[in-house]
Design a protein. Structure first.
Length: 450
């Protein structure tokens, strides 16, 4: 009773508060200047040329907002018109890219600053790009632009130009598609700043974002392999807003890449002759990598998409293959992609190309192999090879010890002939103490030096 008396005296001593509440303004919306319907993620300036005919249609006649992310500035390429190389060439190629896409109305362009890495091995490119840091940047740009659709290179190892950086861009785009909607991935990006009006904030105030569709394109030597796996957009179609074909708009855009003999100078020459033949890209072929909304495989890119955000969809993720038996598989990029496709639910990508590679004439076709020994016993594994007629004997064939519970990485080097060839099959036979384990086939195309 005494305690209640003193509590009532304390309340009486507190000034009476006004019943009116302070009304605060609503939080700002995400900056609409950077909203995109399509986010294109590629490796080098001029890579967007593979899809530029479709992008011209999307921007000019479908009134879609398109933004671009380039992994590199193309600083490792050649220069067809000047002496500038390395960082200086990268500075030039950045401007070329901005002018190229601005010609069809694309102005939001970012470069993440990865090094242009020669070669065709995606794992080498991911190493030099600093995979985690590059993904951090790409996820940020997905969250900033909030696209319905992401378009990128095909994450696969195929004969064609097949640059490792192209594949790295595809890997990052796929990983960003699957993780930008997860607030536990790079959480500093989706944490509100303590006071956005002050300097020195170290959290970014973005929102998680789940894109709805993921499409791929490819520079494979056999583009017909992509037929039936996604929509196709002919460049011969005429733009309603510009009154010329999308092919001509594509050439006008590509011609800005003047430092590059192909495709920049070839596009400029084709414009002079009004001849599309040299580029041989009269069609934008897309592969539907995955869709989280309704729609058909070959339907329009935006078929089934919805306006606004959709809920985050967790991917299947990596799961080890549990076995107690000796096994073997192609290593390097092939082993990586076999796991990557499954982990990211990319069923369509893994059905396009059988294992293939290109190698320069009078060199070595290096074929990595992984031998898995999950048993409790050390074993000896025999590796033999069957090569095309007239090819020299491969290096690295023979007997290898593989310890219990070990995965041993091998590399078989197949000397290539002095003349260019079409795809020729190299067959590796892997055998253990109890007999054959597995045959591994790779189709090798021998080409002159680029």
């Amino acid at each position: 009773m005494i305690r209640r008396f003193f509590f009532s005296l304390l309340l009486a001593a507190v000034p009476t508060q006004s019943l009116s509440q302070t009304m605060f303004p609503p939080a700002p919306e995400p900056d609409d200047r950077f909203k995109a319907d399509i986010l294109v993620i590629v490796a080098h300036p001029d890579d967007e040329g593979m899809a530029i005919g479709y992008l011209a249609k999307a921007v000019l006649d479908q009134h879609k907002r398109v933004a671009l992310v380039y992994g590199t500035r193309g600083n490792g390429g050649g220069n067809a018109i000047g002496l500038e190389q390395a960082a200086a060439l990268g500075a030039e190629r950045e401007i070329e890219a901005r002018k190229a896409v601005a010609s069809i109305g694309i102005t939001n362009v970012w470069f993440i600053g990865a090094p242009d890495t020669p070669g065709e091995n995606v794992l080498r490119s991911l190493e030099t790009w600093n995979h985690g840091s590059a993904l951090w940047q790409v996820v940020r740009l997905v969250r900033l632009t909030r696209p319905q659709v992401i378009i990128t290179w095909l994450p696969a190892y195929s004969v064609g130009e097949n640059h490792g950086d192209h594949q790295a861009a595809a890997v990052l785009a796929t990983e960003a598609f699957d993780s930008a909607g997860d607030p536990t991935v790079f959480p500093e990006q989706v944490t509100a700043p303590s006071d956005r009006t002050k300097d020195g904030n170290l959290t970014e105030g973005l929102q998680p974002w789940q894109a709805q569709k993921l499409y791929f394109f490819s520079d494979t030597a056999d583009p017909t392999a992509l037929d039936g796996k996604g929509p196709q957009y002919p460049w011969t179609e005429v733009s309603a807003s510009r009154g010329v074909s999308y092919g001509r708009l594509a050439l006008e855009s590509i011609a800005n890449h003047r430092t590059q003999d192909y495709p920049g100078l070839m596009a400029a020459e084709a414009l002079k002759k009004d001849d599309f033949g040299p580029l041989k890209r009269m069609l934008t072929r897309l592969v539907l990598g995955k869709s989280l909304v309704s729609g058909s495989v070959a339907g329009d890119v935006f078929e089934g998409t919805v306006v606004g955000a959709i809920s985050f969809r967790r991917i299947h993720g990596y799961e080890p293959e549990l076995t107690n038996a000796l096994s073997a598989e192609l290593g390097g990029p092939w082993a990586f992609y076999r796991r990557f496709w499954k982990a990211h639910d990319l069923g369509a990508a893994q059905q396009i190309f059988s294992p293939q590679m290109k190698a320069e004439l009078s060199s070595d076709a290096n074929i990595p192999v992984l031998v898995h020994n999950p048993t409790g016993q050390d074993v000896l594994v025999d590796v033999s090879a069957a090569t095309p007629g007239g090819w020299a004997s491969p290096k690295g064939v023979g007997r290898y010890p593989v310890r219990a519970h070990e995965t041993r990485a091998l590399e078989i080097s197949v000397p290539t002939p002095a003349k260019a060839t079409s795809a020729q099959r190299v067959l590796l036979r892997i055998a253990g103490p109890s007999g054959p384990i597995r045959d591994l086939a790779v189709d090798v195309t021998v080409v002159t030096k680029d």
